[in-house]
Design a protein around this ligand. Structure first.
Ligand code: PLP
Length: 407
């Protein structure tokens, strides 16, 4: 079976265990900053922990955090668990990012942070975001931090400029499903020395040094992941995931969509083994990036669009962390592709304002686009180790299904 995602791992990551561990996290931070042309990088156990720590490090009274209605739930969890209030903004359907007019309207005297999220790797118009924030700062007379969510975008470019360096800071997730991974892990980057120092001091006093047992567990997890995503084994993995509670039980602590929740180890520091794997993955980033663009271009050139299946927007500078298709027939499509040996992804199946735990944060506003996407997006496999024959199989099946549904 062709998996919906596959980390780009090789023997380098497996052998990372035997590399020098001294200062591994620090070395990973330095290399990460250098790879993405930013001044400072501060490592965390998860991207969500980085965001949570940034909110805590501001040491302000409860404040409002403007964020997309349609994004990974952990952004809102970090907001609430740090004692603050999420303010959701509906997305547009052109690139699935926050609608900027609605974003401007969502800012109030209590807003202290805005989270521009470059969902699926689509760069937001960050210049416009900065303009809106500047106006609000002038109006309210205080700083509003722009913290970008680059978990999907990494080095996405808006009009040729990396989005990473446009705000006050950026967060990255480095879990196994991301473009590059450190097994688990997250990063905060910034060009502001004071923010970096404040955050690092906060992390070092608040986050625990992980035990050797945790490092070993992380490594064993990596060893299990490596074969699990090979096509010839993945059929079994898929079966375990779909037909038994076994795999879901293993990953339950990491992501509970229905609850405001963080994993139990969210206040541990990154382990050395994760940093060593991350260092290997950084070297592969340029290849990962260009291969994704190449596959996206293959899809754009060869998939025949249909009125019932809306292809993703083609945007220069996007990183295509996901190749999303919008359809009313999501469940049938997932089942049909699976029956032909191709697993489609279904990344965000919820809309934050419609999430039972978040209803209390929502006023009168409607979020039609967020709701629509929560019910209608799927994504085609797009990762560097996808073979040409597999890409062709995906294209050919997609065209057959789309065209037969159209007639
Ligand atoms: C859009 C987005 N933001 C933030 C995160 C947070 O990353 P982590 O899982 O490392 O906390 C994710 C993770 O899936 C994500 O998809």
């Amino acid at each position: 079976m062709i998996p919906r995602l596959k980390p780009y791992l090789g023997k380098e990551e497996i052998l990372a265990l035997f590399k020098k561990r001294e200062n591994a996290v620090k070395r990973f931070e330095i290399e990460f900053a250098s790879q993405f042309n930013t001044e400072y990088a501060v490592a965390f156990p998860y991207g969500r922990s980085a965001l949570w720590a940034f909110f805590k490090s501001l040491d302000l009274d409860p404040f409002e955090v403007v964020q997309p209605a349609y994004t990974c739930s952990v952004v809102a969890h970090a907001t609430v668990l740090s004692g603050n209030i999420p303010v959701f903004v509906d997305i547009n359907l052109t690139d699935y990012n926050m609608d900027l007019d609605l974003m401007a309207k969502a800012i109030t005297p209590y807003t202290r942070v805005i989270i521009p999220t470059h969902l699926f790797g689509y760069p937001m118009d960050i210049n416009k975001v900065k303009e809106i924030v500047q106006k609000a700062e002038d109006k309210y007379g205080h700083k509003i931090w722009i913290i970008q969510d680059c978990a999907h975008s990494f080095d996405a470019k808006y009009k040729g400029d990396s989005v990473i360096n446009s705000g006050d800071g950026a967060i990255f997730g480095l879990g196994i499903s991301k473009q590059i991974t450190s097994i688990f892990g997250g990063m905060f980057t910034t060009n502001d020395e004071a923010i970096a120092k404040n955050l690092r001091d906060f992390r070092d006093s608040y986050f625990l040094v992980p035990s050797w047992k945790k490092s070993l567990k992380r490594y064993l997890y990596l060893l299990a992941v490596y074969p699990a995503f090979q096509s010839f084994i993945y059929g079994l993995v898929y079966w375990l995931q779909e037909k038994t509670p076994f795999l879901n039980r293993l990953t339950r602590d990491y992501h509970l969509d229905e609850k405001i929740h963080f994993p139990p180890d969210h206040l541990d520091q990154m382990t050395a083994i994760e940093a060593l794997v991350g260092l290997e993955q950084l070297k592969k980033y340029p290849a990962v990036y260009s291969k994704r663009i190449e596959i996206a271009n293959e899809y754009f050139s060869n998939i025949i669009s249909s009125s019932k299946f809306i292809l993703p927007p083609e945007v220069g500078g996007a990183t295509y962390s996901h190749f999303v298709i919008r359809t009313e027939n999501r469940d049938q499509l997932l089942a049909l592709f699976a029956s032909k040996g191709i697993q489609l992804g279904q990344l965000i199946e919820y809309s934050m304002p419609h999430h039972p735990a978040y209803k209390i944060y929502v006023q009168e506003t409607a979020f039609p686009n967020s709701y629509l996407c929560s019910n209608s997006l799927i994504n085609l496999p797009i990762y560097p180790n996808l073979k040409n024959a597999q890409i062709n199989r995906i294209i050919s099946l997609t065209n057959t299904i789309f065209q037969s549904d159209e007639n």
